[in-house]
Structures are given as C-alpha cells and as structure tokens.
Write a protein that binds this ligand. Structure first.
Ligand code: FAD
Length: 291
C-alpha cells in the first residue's frame, strides 16, 4: 500500500458551509464521513484529494426521526446506530436486520448510510432495500435543496447523480398506509454481497397480495426492479407462488447480471430464483410492519 498523500480535513458546522467548501475546492476536495471507503481508496492511491470536508461535525445530521408519516435517517447515521435504533426496530425491522449484516462491526461503527449510498459501490445492501421501500434521497447543495428517487441517486457503478457541491442530507422512507411484509436476504461468500434481494408485499386479508416490489442488487452496476416481475408477484397467494419462477426470470432479465469475481452471470440468474422464493416465504412469515 502507498503511503497516504497529505491532505487537510475541514470540519464543517453546517450543511451550507460544507457545500460552499466543496464548491470552493472543486476537483481537489471531497466530502468525508466515516472514511471507510474514501481513506482506503486514497491509501491505494486510487483517489487523490487535497481537502476533505468532514460532515460528521454537523450537528443533527445523524438524526433518526419519525415526522409526517415518514422515517428520516440522517446521512451521517452509522450502520450501527441504524441497526440499534428503537424507532427503526419498531417501524422498519427489515432495515435493522439488513444493517446487522453489513460488513463487520468496525465498519458498521464508523461507516455511514450516506457514505454507503454516495460511494455507489455496486454491492450495497442499503441501496437495494431502500429502493424496495420507496425511499427518497434529500440532497442539499450551494444552489438549494432537492429530492431524488433512490434509483436516481445511484446512477451506476461508483457513480451518483449528485453535483460536485451536493450533499446527501437524509434518506426519507414513507410509512405505509396498508399492512406490509418485507424481507431482505443476501448471499455472500467474499467481503461484499454476491446478491441482495429485497421483497415488499402489500397484503389485504393475508391471502391476497395487492402489490409487490422486488429489487435485486449486487449482481449488476446498480439495484434493479422489473414491472413484469412485480405484476407476477401480485394476486392470490397460491397463484403468485406458482408464478415465482416466471417472476424470477423477469427480474433476472431486467437485472442482466454481469460475470465477475463473485460468479458467472448464469450463476447469479440461478441465485435470483432461489432467493426470490426464500424472500417470499420469509416475508409471509413475518408480522406486518411498515417494512
Ligand atoms: C471491509 C468492508 C466490508 C463491507 N461490506 C459491506 C457489505 O456487506 N454491505 C454493504 O452494503 N456495504 C459494505 N461495505 C461498505 C460500507 O457500508 C461503507 O464502507 C460505508 O458505509 C461507507 O460510509 P463512510 O461514512 O465510511 O463513507 P466515506 O468513506 O466517508 O465516503 C464514501 C464516499 O461517499 C461520499 N459521501 C459520504 N457521505 C456523503 C454525503 N452525506 N453526501 C454526499 N457524499 C457523501 C464521500 O465523498 C466518498 O466519496 C463494506 C466496507 C468495507 C470496508
């Protein structure tokens, strides 16, 4: 590993100040949260920055709160604080469970949700589940605020649609008006997941699935849904059960898995079938919640 090049850390006290610093430093500056991705990439000399703008020093940016029927998770909330949040455990147990299996305890204690989403590493657990839960990204830059859908925020592998001076401030997840059951499962043999699969089912009387949202992640540059798969996952429960292989095929076609060190595209298409069935069974065993 190369010795780390010299850089300066600037501790922002407000989002506006951080955005102004980013605008001022241009290509020489980058936002810095837990540093678990950024500092590693800089140590390997894959990224070079002279100025790092620390957002962990901004008061309240790590807040987790329920407001206007929406759960807000501040971008500097760590994986560990999300996993242990009583609010999240009560309303979105599937998020707490997903977070419990991200990386290792040291990365979870330091790494933030914002850093995970904004590094846009294709093997992200939160990006996959949050897309299934219809989460939105709140973003602020020197020109003002905007809200992005989760699949707009992550543009591709290691690529977001954020402007250079924009900061992800929070992720907003709407509470559901109808009873839902959700599951997130992953398959992992190396350091990061080979596949993540999120399934959210909206039920009326327990036998009829009114709507479904299925997302597969880690198999291609960004998490992916399929309208065709979701249509096949709605309807009477026994009918949907028979249609699972067709839904898995549609999801695999949409995701278009890539061959890489995690396995061949064909192997990943097979995993999608196995994990969609498991996620379906798991979701239906769970008590209803918002997610
Ligand atoms: C050993 C290891 C195993 C891992 N395993 C998994 C796994 O199983 N599943 C999984 O999902 N992830 C995994 N990860 C990824 C982990 O979740 C991330 O490293 C962590 O969440 C990044 O957060 P951070 O605060 O450290 O980001 P940083 O390293 O500080 O930042 C990462 C990037 O995001 C940008 N950024 C940070 N915050 C913001 C913001 N608020 N707005 C805009 N841009 C921002 C930074 O400029 C930088 O480009 C693993 C990582 C490691 C090192």
């Amino acid at each position: 590993m190369m010795p780390l090049r010299r850089f300066r850390i600037h501790q922002a006290r407000e989002i506006k100040e951080a955005a102004e610093m980013l605008a001022q430093f241009g290509d020489k500056g980058r936002l810095y949260a837990g540093g678990t991705e950024l500092l590693l990439a800089m140590k390997h000399d894959l990224l070079r920055y002279e100025h790092l703008v620390d957002v962990k020093t901004i008061p309240g940016l790590d807040k987790i709160e329920l407001k206007n029927s929406t759960l807000h998770i501040g971008s500097t909330a760590t994986h560990r604080s999300i996993e242990n949040s009583p609010l999240i455990r009560e309303h979105f147990p599937v998020i707490a469970e997903m977070e419990r299996h991200v990386a290792n305890v040291r990365v979870r204690a330091t790494g933030t949700l914002g850093g995970n989403l904004c590094f846009a590493e294709p093997h992200s657990d939160p990006a996959t589940l949050l897309l299934a839960l219809r989460a939105k990204a709140r973003v602020q830059g020197s020109k003002g605020e905007r809200t992005l859908e989760m699949d707009e925020l992550v543009a591709g592998a290691y690529e977001t649609s954020l402007a250079a001076d924009e900061i992800l401030t929070a992720v907003a997840i709407p509470l559901s008006a109808k009873p839902r059951r959700a599951a997130y499962l992953k398959f992992q043999i190396h350091e990061r997941p080979t596949l993540g699969l999120a399934l959210v089912l909206e039920l009326d009387d327990g036998q009829n699935i009114k709507a479904a949202r299925a997302v597969v992640g880690s198999v291609s540059p960004k998490p992916c849904r399929s309208d065709k798969a979701e249509a096949l996952l709605a309807g009477p429960r026994d009918k949907v059960e028979k249609q699972l292989p067709h839904a898995a095929k549609a999801l695999a076609e949409a995701a278009d898995p890539v061959d890489d060190l995690e396995g061949s595209a064909e192997y990943k298409r097979h995993l999608i079938g196995v994990f969609l069935r498991r996620a379906f069974d798991r979701a239906l065993q769970r008590p209803t919640a918002h997610g």
